[in-house]
Ligand binder design. Structure first.
Ligand code: NIG
Ligand code: FE
Length: 395
């Protein structure tokens, strides 16, 4: 067993507050935290690491990314600056479809190489659990290839959760969206049997799929015992959040156009609201998600990078902490909970996100005095150690 002592722990224990322990210690037993408390009370251990007052937090859980793909869409960034909207570009055949063309043409080795570099960038900013969606294949073979690549990233020293998002856009070989949804539902059992799918997602939007089509995907997921999530109410109110809550969705994500009825349905179902400040920023959105109403209803709020080549090409969870505060007016504590314990909850995980005995030993050591400093700064990365399942990784 290894004891880390003399650190400033921000445990986030309980439902609110930082849970600060000024001169604190963590006892790591294998991949678990065995004991957490004041250094003065710490049990004996075979090995001791002195933290010299450094800040220790749980590792980041990035619960919404599209990390596996080829190509880039900087040309669309230019088009948007000249006045085109994300929806205009999608309707003209660009957007997701342009990444689909590039991803289909890429080999598994190429996809693995580029996704590895991106995952390592996230790890260098403290990510220890990473969700990765498919959705740039839109055919059985390429969706499977994306999910296999995502699974392989697990060996880098982070926990990867995979999400099947074939219902992301209509691929060029289909003209009828209902026919495509039939195919999406047919591909799922084999991918699930191969152990490639932890959850199922869809893009419910006027430029993507309708609530009725989304419901068909959710029915297929439910028949296989898979939990669902939804890209909901990003560009318009489709009633997607209420629909997803009816399936006891783990999370609804984006939510700029979420209605009061959607909020109530999410609260009743215990569905997490995943807010994505990177996409809000990059698309220069002005409609804010209904943060105060989510708070009032007791809906847990998570924050994620939404890393993807179009709407959120960021690899910085630290920047998301800052943007969640500046753009969405979350408190630094809400933003931290959003990228740790509530991010875990959005993946159905209860064993991480807080520095509490019994949780996984996934934590970060920072050259900082208080976690609010990391939310206040941007473009600065003070990570000095990253521990995942008890193992120190290169930063
Ligand atoms: O989360 N909104 C849909 N899906 C992604 C964007 C994907 C893309 O543009 O490539 C999102 O923002
Ligand atoms: Fe997304």
């Amino acid at each position: 067993m290894k004891l880390w002592r003399g650190g400033r722990l921000a445990t986030l224990a309980g439902e609110q507050g930082w849970g600060l322990i000024d001169d604190g210690a963590l006892l790591v037993d294998g991949d678990q935290l065995r004991w957490v408390g004041p250094s003065a009370d710490a049990p004996a251990a075979d090995e001791v690491v002195e933290l010299h007052g450094a800040l220790v937090t749980a590792g980041f859980v990035d619960c919404h990314t599209h990390l596996v793909y080829d190509g880039n869409r900087a040309n669309e960034f230019e088009q948007r600056l000249l006045g085109a909207s994300y929806a205009d570009i999608a309707k003209a055949g660009g957007g997701i479809r342009s990444t689909v063309a590039a991803t289909r043409a890429a080999s598994e080795a190429d996809l693995l190489a580029s996704a590895t570099r991106r995952a390592q960038a996230l790890m260098r900013e403290g990510v220890t659990t990473l969700e990765i969606k498919s959705g740039y294949g839109l055919d059985a073979a390429t969706e499977a290839r994306m999910l296999r690549v995502a699974r392989q990233l697990q060996s880098l020293g982070l926990d990867v959760r995979t999400t099947y998002l074939a219902a992301h856009a209509l691929p060029p070989e289909f003209t009828n969206a209902d026919d495509y949804i039939t195919a999406v539902c047919e591909w799922l059992p084999e991918l699930r049997a191969a152990g490639l799918v932890d959850a199922v997602d869809a893009f419910c939007e006027h430029i993507a799929f309708s609530p009725a089509q989304t419901a068909r995907v959710f029915d297929a997921a439910q028949a296989l015992g898979l939990p669902v999530k939804l890209h909901a109410e990003q560009l318009s109110d489709q009633g997607g959040a209420a629909l997803a809550a009816g399936y006891r969705a783990l999370s609804c994500d984006h939510l700029e156009y979420l209605s009061p009825a959607g909020i109530q349905a999410m609260a009743a179902a215990g569905t997490v609201a995943v807010l994505l400040p990177g996409a809000f920023y990059a698309l220069r959105e002005t409609q804010l998600p209904p943060i105060q109403q989510l708070r009032d209803a007791g809906v847990p709020i998570a924050i994620a990078t939404d890393h993807n080549p179009g709407s959120s090409p960021t690899l910085s969870p630290l920047l998301m902490l800052n943007m969640a505060c500046v753009l969405f007016r979350l408190t630094p504590e809400e933003a931290w909970r959003g990228l740790t314990v509530n991010g875990a909850r959005a993946l159905g995980l209860r064993d991480r996100g807080q520095l509490v005995a019994g949780q996984r030993a996934d934590f970060c050591v920072w050259d900082a005095g208080h976690p609010r400093e990391l939310a206040a700064c941007f473009g600065h990365n003070p990570l000095t150690e990253r521990v995942q399942q008890g193992m120190q990784g290169a930063v």
